[in-house]
Design a protein around this ligand. Structure first.
Ligand code: TXA
Ligand code: MG
Length: 320
């Protein structure tokens, strides 16, 4: 395998300036970064991920002031949200500036912008001197990576570098809020609708939907996103149900279940710990050793909304 050795911050900055794509750590998940101003670099991102170009990319910055380089007509609410939640796991949708290529936004007139809190991400953005377009560093429709090893397993032969910044502390993709029109949450994450509302007043929540072949207004919202190869079932199993022999169970807390749990997202039922562990467990258990991954129900409150959202997308509709 090409990696490790992992790519250093300065090597990554040089590669990005040269139009290459490099996987970088952020606090949410690893991103596959490229120069947001350079259509060729953006094309490399879509190609490496096998991602359709109707699914637009998030642009990463390392200073609130850089918002004005990529977005225009920025409402006061955006600055209040930035002060409250940046750097951190929040992406804002704003009208885009012309300097952002259509390929980045799938020809939408808006751009997604995030200022990550991970110090390595910030160092790479600063040293490259560029806004970095970065979707999650996984193949399209696969589980997002939360370690450098996850990235290497999916993309090593397709990209110029991977920077190792350790396991991601948040573990689930950023919350996305659109400020084009009334504030609307497009994707749940660690910043909850209540937290947004505390800064900008009531927020709408967009139900997920996708129209094949069109730029998605509500993002990441292909129903078939986030799927491991082993069938995963999220929900309660009827007591008399006969499970396949090689079933593995992911518990939340210490609930009694149909088979002994192999792993618990958090023994104490701590939602933050559970979120940080979820994708790593999905990666680790996604091996031919298993016929079925069962995931216990998780309370749909706080960041639990994000876990429920991702697990519903990952889940098969009915038990086999
Ligand atoms: O935490 C994250 O957001 C990670 C890290 C790397 O920052 N990135 C991430 O990117 O999750 P990605 O590409 O996997 O998901 C971004 C979603 C996409 O599904 C896309 O549809 C949506 O953001 N998006 C991007 N630009 C948009 C726009 N102008 N309007 C609406 N949605 C947009
Ligand atoms: Mg993704």
């Amino acid at each position: 395998m090409k990696f490790p050795p992992w790519t250093s911050v300065s090597e990554a900055a040089d590669l990005l300036k040269a139009g290459e794509v490099v996987a970088i750590p952020t606090e949410t998940v690893y991103g596959l970064a490229g120069n947001a101003y350079n259509p060729e670099a953006l094309a490399k991102i879509f190609a490496a991920k096998e991602r359709p170009t109707f699914d637009p990319l998030i642009v990463h910055i390392a200073d609130i002031a850089e918002l004005e380089n990529v977005a225009r007509d920025i409402p006061d609410a955006a600055y209040r949200l930035a002060e409250a939640f940046w750097p951190g796991p929040m992406t804002m949708i704003l009208p885009k500036k012309d300097c952002i290529p259509d390929l980045c936004t799938s020809a939408l007139p808006s751009v997604a912008v995030r200022f990550p809190s991970h110090p390595v991400a910030q160092a790479i953005i600063k040293e490259s001197g560029l806004p970095l377009a970065a979707p999650s560093a996984n193949l399209f429709k696969h589980v997002s990576p939360t370690t450098a090893e996850h990235v290497a397993a999916q993309l090593a032969d397709r990209i110029a570098g991977i920077v190792d910044g350790g396991p991601c502390s948040v573990g689930v993709e950023s919350s996305i809020i659109s400020l084009v029109g009334a504030p609307t949450v497009l994707r749940p994450g660690a910043i909850t609708p209540e937290m947004f509302a505390s800064v900008v007043g009531p927020v709408a929540i967009k139900e997920s939907s996708s129209k094949p072949g069109q730029a998605m207004e509500a993002p990441g919202q292909c129903d078939t996103h986030y799927k491991p190869s082993v069938p995963l079932y999220f929900g309660t199993v009827p007591t008399n149900y006969k499970l396949p022999e090689h079933t593995v169970r992911i518990a939340f807390g210490q609930q009694a279940g149909p088979i002994p749990a192999t792993v618990s997202l958090s023994e104490t039922g701590d939602m933050t710990e559970a979120t940080a562990n979820l994708y790593a467990f999905m990666h680790d258990l996604d091996t031919p050793d298993y016929d079925l991954i069962l995931v216990d129900p998780i309370p749909n409150t706080g960041v639990g909304m994000a876990l429920n959202d991702r697990l519903k997308r990952a889940s098969i509709k009915a038990l086999p």
